[in-house]
Design a protein around this ligand. Structure first.
Ligand code: FAD
Length: 378
């Protein structure tokens, strides 16, 4: 039972963005900036966005060289190099929009630990620096084998540094972004799930389920952008993206940090760690249970969590530190690990595929979403 006013005015929008993660938020912000006279609605099914964006490690990273080499074998060097440049531009966008203090941003630099059998990564440093010279004239990567001494408990052979990576406080960044989206005039409905999107003769009908009031809300929209990441196939079954759960733990505070601040990765980006003050955040290991972790279920994987504890022991050279927090998040992985923004029908588009490194990329992909949205605005 809906009132005349609800039906006539409140359930109408020019643009609907579905999904309130970092990509949906940046898409909504870009739409708000470019189309200020339009009525824009962001619909998020959870009270706090529930996917990857509030549960990640906060690496504002361009990606490691080891991961770039593996990815380039699949999609070519040029695509991977431009993806890294896009992440760099995206990171600048975050910092310009909010300032470092609001993001809790620390320009700590990135470090990739290399082990036996990964000599080819060091050999590729100069080649990739050349590929990216125009954007990073001083060279993006540098081998710093002397830093291996910080990890006496792990057989680290060498380290590759990238001074352009940083770390941010995910809670602060999301909160700043949500506020900016609201300031841009976007209406945010949280606790509301989109159940279906159906084309009509004049636009798109967005069927929403409001859980607190337990009622359906049919919204009439001109254009709809779906940014629900791993859940896109629920609304657009042909979208090529799979869920990928990722596990994280955080230790109690240590007396002091045995190695410097930085965003650390190893094993082609499958493991990552950083300091949160004197606590260590460590995540990864998904490649050891790929099938099991291809799930939408928010649950800890005990085997992977105890594997992470073993890794923790190595990184801290046997120092006993209790684990105080554990969580998981659900990413969306595309087969080619490249982001994509495309129409899947008239007035209906999807923006997705930030994969495991969406922080830096989201402003750029959000900009592409806003560009395509503009094509259908009347
Ligand atoms: C443990 C972990 C660590 C990570 N570490 C990093 C890192 O350090 N650096 C980095 O760059 N990236 C990292 N990532 C990846 C990064 O978090 C993602 O790339 C990014 O958050 C994806 O954003 P998104 O908005 O596309 O998706 P999501 O954040 O998943 O947002 C999708 C949203 O859609 C909502 N939704 C779903 N279905 C519906 C529906 N029907 N109706 C309404 N809303 C719906 C969900 O509730 C969710 O809030 C990590 C991810 C995880 C899980």
């Amino acid at each position: 039972m809906l009132s005349f006013w609800e039906q006539q005015e409140l359930l109408r929008a020019d643009i609907v963005v579905v999904g309130g993660g970092v990509l949906g938020l940046w898409s909504a912000l870009e739409c708000g900036r470019r189309y200020p006279q339009r009525r824009i609605l962001l619909v998020e099914r959870a009270t706090l966005p529930l996917g990857a964006s509030t549960r990640n490690a906060g690496f504002a990273t361009l990606g490691t060289l080891g991961e770039a080499l593996a990815h380039a074998q699949q999609v070519g060097e040029e695509s991977v190099a431009s993806l890294m440049v896009e992440r760099w531009f995206g990171l600048q966008q975050w910092r310009q929009e909010f300032g470092d203090a609001a993001l809790g941003y620390e320009p700590v630099g990135g470090y990739e630990l290399l082990f036996a059998g990964e000599e080819h990564v060091c050999e590729a440093v100069e080649h990739w620096n050349e590929l990216l010279r125009e954007i990073f004239p001083e060279g993006l990567f540098r081998e710093v084998p002397e830093l291996a001494r910080y990890f006496p408990g792990a057989p680290v052979r060498s380290v590759i540094a990238n001074p352009y990576d940083g770390a941010l406080n995910v809670g602060k960044a999301l909160s700043a972004l949500q506020q900016r989206v609201a300031q841009a005039g976007v209406l945010i409905w949280s606790g509301t799930a989109v159940e279906a999107v159906e084309p009509t003769s004049t636009g798109v009908s967005v069927v929403c389920w409001e859980s607190t009031a337990r009622r359906m809300l049919p919204v009439r929209a001109q254009v709809v952008a779906i940014c629900t990441n791993a859940w896109i196939p629920e609304l657009v079954p042909q979208a090529d993206i799979r869920p990928a759960r990722a596990q994280v733990l955080v230790t109690a505070p240590l007396a002091q940090r045995p190695f410097p601040a930085g965003t650390y990765h190893f094993h082609g980006g499958f493991y990552y760690f950083r300091w949160l003050g004197l606590r260590l955040l460590l995540g990864g290991g998904r490649h050891r249970a790929l099938q099991e972790e291809e799930t939408h279920e928010f649950a800890l994987n005990p085997a992977l969590q105890s594997h992470l504890e073993e890794i923790l022991q190595q990184l801290l050279a046997g120092q006993e530190v209790p684990v105080e927090q554990r969580w998981c998040g659900i990413m969306g992985m595309r087969p080619d690990k490249l982001p994509k923004v495309e129409f899947v029908g008239e007035r209906l588009l999807i923006g997705f595929g930030c994969n495991g490194m969406g922080i830096a990329l989201a402003p750029r992909v959000g900009g592409q979403v806003a560009t395509l949205v503009g094509e259908w605005l009347e």
